[in-house]
Ligand binder design. Structure first.
Ligand code: HEM
Length: 281
């Protein structure tokens, strides 16, 4: 009888010990898992909820340089200050491959310029001077890496400070990106209102643009319209849009169409009511 009680007491003691250790273990495991996921996994959406230092890995430029794919190390690159593991794309980024230039650094500007030979750390990620369309192009590249590769964290430098907070430069970039995206939307809206022109080029006459009842979208309409240059914000290049007769005066008077910064301008050396214009670039 006493033997049985002693046995039960031992079992109970064992149970308490196991429970205490399991509790500690559980807490520790949770902490480790949390640190792991915060440091190494994409934490998009959690950024508000967790302290900045755990939001993602932070890399100095020298640390990032180590991730070059040599001796079994992973391959990392940075774009707009975000670091991605692109080891899976070794056929593009490995030593001697076409896009090895991007490895271990932030060469954001080269995603637009196509300059893969010379790397200048002073200017390689200085994107604020790029054209609005190029800022959109860069944002698309970032989306691509986020979708196809593994986000690893932030590069300390132009876009993130040493605590991993976005810099004033980063805010400026986001501001310009937003303006570029808005402007693109405005142009698309104008584009749907004013169809495109026919266009042809010859050495003797240069570029010829002209409007017909089905120019642009190929759909038959009751009016042909008159060619105008359609600009988006901050871009020197333009598209040709056909504007109906009754809207010409208002648009030409203000030099602007109704939508935001997108502009419609007459062609130089072309009569206001002409249905075709010529120009050379
Ligand atoms: C600004 C210029 C350019 C940049 C920044 C650029 C960048 C890139 C990058 C980063 C990749 C790898 C994408 C990945 O990780 O899957 C890639 C792939 C590729 N690029 Fe380019 N590229 C440029 C111009 C060109 C041009 C001019 C050509 C063609 C003549 C070209 C043809 C290719 C091809 C064929 C692939 C491989 C696609 C695949 O296998 O999935 N690229 N490019």
């Amino acid at each position: 009888m006493f033997g049985l009680l002693r046995h039960l007491f031992k079992l109970q003691f064992l149970f308490v010990v196991v429970a205490v250790f399991a509790g500690i273990y559980h807490v520790e495991i949770r902490q480790v898992l949390r640190q792991y996921s915060d440091l190494y996994l994409n934490t998009a959406g959690l950024e508000e909820a967790i302290p900045v230092k755990f939001q993602a890995g932070l890399f100095t430029p020298a640390e990032l340089l180590q991730f070059d794919g040599e001796d079994g190390r992973p391959i990392y690159l940075a774009l707009l200050g975000s670091v991605f593991d692109v080891s899976r794309g070794i056929k593009h980024y490995g030593t001697g491959c076409s896009y090895n230039f991007f490895v271990g650094r932030d060469a954001s500007v080269s995603f637009i310029s196509g300059e893969f030979e010379n790397y200048d750390p002073e200017t390689a990620d200085d994107v604020l001077t790029l054209k609005p369309d190029d800022l959109i192009g860069l944002a698309n590249w970032r989306d691509f890496y986020e979708k196809d590769y593994v986000y690893k964290g932030k590069l300390i430098g132009r876009f993130y400070d040493e605590q991993g907070n976005p810099t004033a430069y980063h805010h400026k970039y986001l501001e310009l990106l937003l303006l570029a995206q808005e402007s693109k939307k405005q142009v698309e809206e104008l584009r749907s209102r004013y169809p495109g022109c026919n266009i042809e080029w010859s050495e003797s006459t240069g570029t010829r643009v002209w409007c017909t009842n089905s120019s642009g979208d190929g759909k038959e309409r009751s009016w042909a319209g008159h060619p105008r240059k359609l600009y988006s914000r901050g871009n020197k290049s333009f598209q040709c849009a056909c504007v109906p007769e009754q809207e010409l005066d208002e648009i030409d008077a203000s030099g602007k169409a109704a939508i935001g910064d997108a502009m419609l301008k007459p062609y130089d050396n072309c009569a206001p009511r002409a249905q075709e214009c010529f120009y050379r670039v």
